[in-house]
Design a protein around this ligand. Structure first.
Ligand code: XLS
Ligand code: NI
Ligand code: NI
Length: 435
């Protein structure tokens, strides 16, 4: 059965195309700064939003028309694999990401759940072998099942901790089976509702314990994988421990996990934390810990994780600039942790929305490459920090000064010359790169 019969293959048709089923900017093999767009962008489709989201919201029933629903949960799961790989091939996307519960029904016991995962990952592996499509990352959903009501690794209930450990073990086995390049932990319920009954120290120690067990197990099964932590400040927990990139790095450093863990930065999580996407990417780079990104965008008027497909060119350009400065994103990628709006309920919207997201990042890449070629930010920053290039500034950054020597200098230096940043002009010139 063909699930997306209205499109055979999404091709690049250029900016003048008026087709919804064509790339207007993403041209996979076009070379930008010495690498093909495909290599730069390493796009991935997220199984959860694309295959399991039904369009319901707290006030409304499902709206999505999905032609893969079968007579049993396992039949649906098998159909989804077919439809998913058809979508990936038609889009020309080479990577994908999933949670354990996205691909296989949980059934009535953990044993049944794992048997279902085995059956479905056999199918997925067949498809991967046939198409060359690869696993960017998988993860264990340790937040939906009611047992995780008080957290997974941070739970007060040791039996629940063991259940989480079992899912992580299975996740790593699956990662090895499918040749995954990264493994993600997002701590949806690793946080607290109220401090009144919470032992924050123990909870964080236990989260680190689970991570260390995961590192040890991946070494034991001889499967080298890049572990990623995905910060988010809240939702579903009132307060999540991995609040933002800086908080998460403090955790990674406190527990000595630097060699194994990097960050998976999501745009909408950044904005929920009161930061811009590029801020979170930049913080990650400062720690040499930018691992991968979850591409989406929030809505400035809404205070939750709306996970919209990225269309904001300004944000995509600054994000791609950070990625270029990082020397690329591999072995991570750009995962569309994005869902179609409730009113985009047709099957074709799944193709269209990904085309739009890919085009947005392709334009962002091109603009960022031009900014880099012109030395736009390099020149701006070199000018702005010029006082550290010579004289007292050069001596400060060479660590040759102390409070006494600087006090002597300042006392003799009555006229401090100040310079305007002309920031409005800078923003206007940046606009020139976007259009
Ligand atoms: C939720 C998160 C989640 C992670 C994977 O907000 O973004 O989807 O990416 O568990
Ligand atoms: Ni995410
Ligand atoms: Ni999210």
């Amino acid at each position: 059965m063909e699930y997306f019969p209205n499109v055979k293959k999404v091709n690049y048709e250029g900016p003048k195309s008026d087709s919804m089923f064509a790339f207007h900017h993403y041209n996979a093999d076009e070379v930008v700064l010495g690498k093909s767009m495909k290599e730069h962008l390493r796009f991935a489709v997220a199984y959860w939003h694309t295959m399991t989201q039904d369009g319901s919201d707290p006030f409304g029933n499902p709206t999505n028309i999905r032609t893969w629903m079968g007579a049993t949960p396992m039949e649906t799961a098998r159909n989804r694999v077919e439809a998913f790989f058809e979508l990936l091939e038609k889009l020309g996307v080479e990577y994908f990401c999933f949670h354990d519960v996205d691909i296989a029904p949980e059934g009535n016991s953990l044993e049944e759940f794992f048997a279902n995962i085995d059956e479905i990952t056999d199918l997925i592996k067949e498809k991967m072998d046939k198409t060359g499509i690869k696993l960017l990352w998988n993860t264990a959903n340790m937040f939906s099942n009611p047992v995780f009501v008080n957290g997974a690794a941070s739970t007060n209930n040791a039996d629940v901790f063991a259940r989480a450990a079992a899912q992580v073990k299975k996740g790593l086995d699956v990662n090895k089976k499918l040749g995954g390049e990264n493994y993600v932990f997002w701590g949806g319920r690793e946080g607290y509702e109220t401090l009144l009954n919470t032992d924050m120290g123990l909870e964080q120690d236990n989260i680190a314990r689970l991570f260390k067990m995961a590192i040890a197990y991946s070494e034991k099964i001889n499967h080298k994988v890049q572990f990623l932590l995905e910060p988010k400040p809240k939702e579903p927990s009132k307060h999540q421990y991995d609040f933002d990139a800086a908080t998460t790095m403090a955790f990674i450093q406190k527990y000595g996990l630097e060699g194994h863990f990097k960050l998976n930065i999501e745009a909408n999580h950044a904005t929920l934390a009161g930061h811009t996407f590029e801020h979170e990417l930049n913080v990650s780079r400062c720690y040499n810990a930018l691992g991968s990104i979850d591409a989406n965008q929030g809505d400035v008027l809404l205070g939750w994780d709306t996970d919209e497909f990225p269309t904001n060119l300004f944000d995509a350009t600054l994000a791609m600039y950070e990625i270029l400065e990082n020397g690329g994103i591999a072995p991570g990628g750009i995962n569309f942790d994005s869902k179609v709006r409730r009113s985009s309920f047709a099957m074709d919207d799944l193709i269209i929305a990904h085309v739009v997201g890919m085009d947005t990042f392709a334009r962002g890449l091109k603009a960022a490459a031009k900014l880099k070629e012109d030395g736009f930010f390099d020149n701006l920053r070199a000018d702005r920090y010029a006082s550290y290039q010579s004289g007292i500034g050069a001596s400060i950054v060479a660590d040759k000064e102390d409070l006494e020597s600087l006090s002597d200098y300042a006392l003799k230096n009555n006229e401090i010359k100040m310079e305007s940043s002309h920031i409005e002009y800078v923003k206007a010139r940046l606009n020139d790169y976007l259009v």
